[in-house]
Ligand binder design. Sequence first.
Ligand SMILES: [Zn+2]
Length: 291
Amino acid sequence: MKADRVIGVDLGGTKILAGVVDRAGRVHETVEEPTVTNSQAALLDQLADVVRSLPREGVGAVGFGIPSRIDHRTGIALGAVNIPLQDVLFRDEMEGRLELPVGFENDASCAAYAEFRHGAGQGVQNLVMLTLGTGVGGGVIATGNLFRAWTELGHMVIVEDGAPCAGACSGRGHVEAYCSGRAADKLAQNVIGPRATAHDLVRDRNPAVAQIGHHLGVAMGSLVNIFGAERIVIGGGFGVAAFDQLLPSARLAVLTEALAPAGQELEIECAKLGASAGLIGAGLVAFEALA
Ligand SMILES: [Zn+2]
């Protein structure tokens, strides 16, 4: 019998959002819990408990979107920045606990996949999504399929020997150092005052947001040149809030950096699925684990 439902789980640094997802991408029952961060074993147990708390009827598989690089040959989650996951055989651990097929993918890739199938990415075959939140995540759809590689687009160099990245990244001049919510906080402190945040920058429609848009456009130009993206979707808390203020300078930079005619033809859209994108994408990954 073919299952018509799965459970999708979006694992974030502060909360876990899980829900029952059907084949049309509709979300049914959901549950939300603060993320347990004391140990890896406790976190894996919590993920299993969250799944068990949802109705199991018609559910054929479970998908997880996790903030980690993933080695798909081995099924190992290599490491996450804010939560205790390190070199763990994630699929085996979860299948052992849940006795259901398990799929998993990077959280930003899940969001990209969800927007492609059910949101702002519908109707094109080559899509890039950038999520501008605390950090910057990315996902790629190539010729209609999720590109299941690292796609750490936030750690693409846009300024040689530029500003240092935060956290576990030793690199300099990465997209994340210029276009994340954290980078916008820093910019706000420079142009408004020591207590200002990205929120103030966006609320005041401060012209300095255009600097971030320029960096974003430089990144997008390269992504168009590499992946032939027809559309780029901008998501994440900061990305959605600042979208219309980022767009003009981003568009100008794309026209300079992307090879013609791709730069002129590129569509830039704001994400549509909001906080559900990761959960829906995890559900799509679960349906693939079923097949
Ligand atoms: Zn970096």
